[in-house]
Design a protein around this ligand. Structure first.
Ligand code: NAP
Length: 248
């Protein structure tokens, strides 16, 4: 069956943008979400012109259930949902952590993903669709200064497992992509616009690119309907684990 519509949360940057563009290249119409309207506008214009698809902008904050409900309630058919929007804030040790940062990580990475998936479930069921969650290796191993971000990505892993159990028999596939270091705006956000600190994260090593992850997602989608890649762990060659990185 032809894939007609996909929705990518957090499509304005990094991994979300790359996944959206790869879907557009396959002539799949897109719902793109994000808080930065100027970027959504540019994307819509570019993708429609370049790839001849229909692009619908959904400009809202996925932390809000009310905003999510308003943005998503008209969607009746969805072949692919990519739960990508997410962030890490800070690397302080727990006893110095900021409650506002914790709230934003939990509200975006966990609650936003839950709201989106629940609200779109009838549309996904209608098409026996595919749910792709962008988890992280941070959802498999905890590292110092990462407790709350780690907890949010452990939650994504648990939700992905739970979804597979609860949706068994519906034909809906659920994949949790768990990537290591990918150079995007992720570290700039984590270090609150301190570009120098963000650059240090990738210094002397070759990180993954957003396009690498997008290709991985396309490979999952390309598997026949009876094949569900449940989890896919991907690191750069220069990273052996969350604790082991090789720098020149
Ligand atoms: P990024 O370049 O910072 O992009 C994050 C995207 O999420 C942006 O489009 C942002 O859009 C959106 N977003 C954040 N908060 C949002 C909110 N409240 N409502 C709507 N959209 C929101 O980061 P990335 O590396 O592509 O990250 C994508 C996903 O991969 C995240 O879930 C992240 O945790 C995960 N991940 C990344 C890495 C890495 O090393 N980069 C590693 C493991 C996992 P707006 O700002 O326009 O809203």
């Amino acid at each position: 069956m032809k894939l007609r519509w996909a929705l990518v949360t957090g499509a304005t940057a990094g991994i979300g943008y790359a996944i959206a563009e790869n879907l557009a290249k396959r002539s799949i119409n897109l719902y793109i979400t994000g808080r930065r309207k100027d970027r959504l506008d540019k994307m819509r214009e570019h993708f429609q012109k370049e790839y001849g698809i229909v692009v619908q902008e959904l400009n809202y904050d996925i932390q809000s259930f009310e905003e999510s409900e308003k943005a998503l309630s008209d969607i009746q058919e969805l072949d692919i949902l990519v739960n990508n929007a997410g962030l890490a804030l800070g690397t302080e040790k727990f006893d110095e952590g900021h409650v506002n940062d914790w709230d934003q990580m939990i509200d975006t990475n966990v609650k936003g993903l839950l709201y989106t998936t629940r609200l779109l479930m009838p549309a996904i069921k209608h098409k026996k669709g595919y749910i792709i969650n962008l988890g992280s290796v941070a959802g498999r191993y905890v590292y110092p200064g990462g407790a709350v971000y780690n907890a949010s990505k452990f939650a994504v892993r648990a939700i992905s497992e739970g979804l597979r159990m609860d949706l068994l028999g519906t034909g809906i596939r659920v994949t949790n992509i768990e990537q290591g270091m990918v150079e995007t705006e992720f570290s700039v956000v984590r270090f609150k616009d301190d570009k120098e600190k963000a650059d240090q994260v990738y210094q002397g090593l070759k990180p993954l690119t957003a396009e690498d992850i997008a290709q991985t997602v396309m490979w999952c989608i390309d598997q026949p309907k009876h094949v569900n890649v449940q989890e896919l762990v991907i690191y750069p060659t220069d990273q052996a684990s969350v604790y082991h990185v090789h720098r020149q």
